[in-house]
Design a protein around this ligand. Structure first.
Ligand code: FE2
Length: 179
């Protein structure tokens, strides 16, 4: 019989499993938003949110691999049904920003826990997520700023939607050049 020794605490494993659940909910919500955008005809935003969902899925997998690697059991969660319609294009990005802010807070709580437990493995593993969350929040802020700059009439919203195919690479390259 194979005996695996768990190298993180049971509490930490539970907290990381909760994080897996948040990432899964985010992925699902972004797919729902992408689908709404696609139905309405906001093609740039649809592509943006589908890619965002894929990112959340990658985050979830990263956490799953980590738990399995340290001998803990990763639990694949059931996810709640996300909203299926939205007030406006701007409101979908507000939804995204609020969701990212919640995820950032959850990551900070995990880091605090790792510090308290002197769990260096998990502490080091989580650093990647902190950087990632900074980028995610910046991305949503940058997009929301466009509504203030360009306006909210039909033409402005159409123009904003068109810029969304390239906004991710623009924000990422700006952040990379700052590192
Ligand atoms: Fe995430």
């Amino acid at each position: 019989m194979l005996i695996t020794i768990m190298r993180i605490s049971a509490e930490m494993a539970k907290a990381i499993n909760d994080q897996i659940s948040y990432e899964a909910s985010s992925a699902n919500a972004y797919i729902a938003i992408g689908s709404w955008c696609e139905r309405i005809g906001y093609d740039g935003s649809a592509a943006f949110f589908f890619e965002q969902a894929a990112e959340e899925n990658r985050h979830m997998l990263k956490l799953i691999h980590y738990l399995n690697g340290v001998g803990a059991e990763s639990i694949i969660p059931a996810v709640e049904k996300p909203p299926s319609s939205f007030e406006s294009l701007e409101s979908t990005f507000q939804f995204g920003l609020t969701s990212e802010q919640k995820v950032t807070k959850a990551i900070y709580d995990l880091v605090d826990m790792a510090e308290k437990e002197k769990d260096r493995f998990t502490y080091s593993f989580l650093q990647w997520f902190i950087t990632e969350q900074t980028e995610e929040e910046t991305l949503f802020h940058t997009i929301l700023q466009k509504f203030d700059l360009l306006g909210r009439d039909k033409l402005a919203v159409y123009q904003i939607d068109q810029t969304l195919t390239s906004v991710r690479s623009q924000v990422m390259s700006k952040q990379t050049s700052q590192k």
